[in-house]
Design a binder for this molecule. Structure first.
Ligand code: ZN
Length: 479
């Protein structure tokens, strides 16, 4: 019925409607600190790298999402617009979730952009396993290593599969040299396998056969196999620099507490691969025979012993003199399969000797927490800056720590993110990173299956309208 005078209840209804509209309007434009909410498991890590790259005003990022498949998103810095995430391929390891409810995160993505602008994603590998035939450089595992490429340059919306790298690969690390050659470095199987590289001279459209350079072999003195974890990146000119730690892989029933394979790792090593000659050399320019065995590594490439303490390998970067600086995570063996919490320590070459070894974060609040992160060296200010993720009492924190050239320790500078009850999965620094977007981080909350992903830089997290960042439906979130 029409009435000239609006009744009180009609006015109230109108007000409710107006306020509801404004709520919906707010929701559609409300910005959040994360760019997606569908990350699964340990969706990013230091070792699978780069996980992101900045080029032509855009930061491209990758992470492990639903079905442990690789996902790719992109952020346009000038327009502040996000695209994606788009799924870039299918992982064999997704079947493990269906069969056993197990999330195997070894195949999280590595991202590299070639000289023609195509985006490459290497993912899915954890050794493939014997059902795919003999593995010449290793053994064990599950999940084939795979390679996807974007259908068009700089466009993440469509992908095609390229069947051109070894299915046995684990822990992909992709490096593009100045001439456009691409090196894919990985472990050729599960943990008792050699580390190898494959080289492409045609922008990743084909790869030469794997070349083993770091050997896994059974020991004569104890019932264990030599094994390794590497982190590699481009050095000066034609060089690739490699830092690594040693995994003593006990036979079944052997080792501490008779547990066989545990994540026991020790010591720190460094060497250089000259891609022009295909030869290795050490910090003193002595040639190193290939593939490197533990004996050779100990004699020629040792940076530091960690004694009884256990390690978890980190990254390496050169300063403007070409001297390497190395991060390594070190902690006590507390009788667990994974050892105790490990703190990030820092070593560097002074031209004659290895120096350093101190922890980067000296806070006394680091109780029962790992620190993980990566660093960059600013040649103009002679400062080394770490971006570290750790737990400060109950909060998860990502913060920067800087050290002047001659200082003896690092100073905490800036907190980029702090979240209650969070722990982190964190990438190496994004390749060619824009200062606003240096690394990719997953926020892990206890008991939650899905994680939020953040793109972090000097101004904290890059925001995104909630409508784009909120991907999972409430039914999926409840799983
Ligand atoms: Zn092992």
């Amino acid at each position: 019925m029409y009435s000239k005078t609006a009744t009180w209840s009609q006015l109230t209804s109108l007000l409710v409607l107006v306020s509801l509209c404004s709520v919906f309007k707010a929701n559609s434009t409300t910005k959040v600190d994360y760019f997606s909410d569908n990350a699964l498991g340990n969706s990013v890590a230091i070792i699978q790298h780069p996980a992101g790259e900045y080029i032509n005003g855009v930061t491209y990022v990758s992470y492990q999402g639903p079905e442990v498949a690789p996902y790719v998103a992109a952020y346009h810095h000038k327009t502040q617009e996000w695209r994606g995430p788009f799924k870039a391929g299918d992982s064999d390891l997704g079947q493990l979730i269906i069969d056993k409810g197990k999330v195997d995160s070894h195949g999280k993505p590595t991202l590299l952009i070639d000289d023609l602008g195509y985006i490459h994603i290497f993912y899915g590998g954890h050794g493939a396993g014997t059902k795919y035939g003999p593995n010449p450089y290793g053994r064990g595992g599950l999940g084939r290593n795979k390679h996807s490429v974007s259908k068009r340059p700089y466009d993440i919306s469509e992908w095609q599969s390229l069947d051109n790298v070894s299915i046995f690969g684990t822990y992909n690390q992709a490096i593009k040299m100045d001439n456009g050659d691409i090196y894919l470095i990985y472990r050729h199987g599960a943990h008792r396998s050699d580390w190898v590289y494959q080289k492409s001279t045609d922008h990743g459209r084909s790869f030469a056969p794997a070349v083993p350079f770091l050997k896994s072999k059974a020991r004569a003195d104890i019932k264990a196999t030599d094994s390794w974890y590497i982190w590699a990146t481009k050095g000066q000119g034609d060089d690739i620099i490699l830092t690594y730690d040693y995994h003593v892989c006990w036979f079944r029933g052997e080792g501490p507490r008779g547990r066989g394979h545990i994540t026991q790792r020790h010591d720190l090593y460094y060497m250089i691969l000259d891609t022009k000659t295909g030869k290795l050399r050490n910090i003193n320019n002595q040639p190193i025979a290939m593939p490197v065995t533990k004996e050779i590594a100990d004699n020629q490439t040792l940076v530091a012993r960690t004694g009884k303490d256990w390690t978890f390998n980190g990254s390496a970067h050169l300063d403007d003199q070409g001297f390497p600086h190395i991060a390594i995570n070190i902690g006590k063996d507390l009788g667990q399969n994974t050892g105790g919490p490990k703190q990030t320590h820092y070593y560097f070459w002074d031209g004659t000797n290895w120096q350093g070894g101190e922890p980067v974060n000296l806070s006394s609040n680091l109780v029962n927490t790992d620190t993980r992160g990566d660093f960059f060296i600013d040649s103009s200010t002679k400062q080394t800056t770490f971006l570290l993720g750790y737990q400060d009492k109950q909060d998860g924190v990502i913060a920067t720590f800087t050290r002047k050239n001659n200082a003896s320790s690092f100073e905490k500078k800036q907190e980029l993110l702090r979240r209650p009850d969070a722990s982190w999965a964190i990438t190496s620094l994004i390749k060619n990173a824009h200062p606003e977007a240096r690394l990719i981080v997953a926020e892990k909350l206890t008991g939650q299956k899905w994680h939020k992903m953040y793109l972090l830089g000097d101004k904290g997290p890059i925001q995104r309208p909630m409508s784009g960042a909120k991907i999972l439906k409430s039914t999926e979130l409840a799983q």
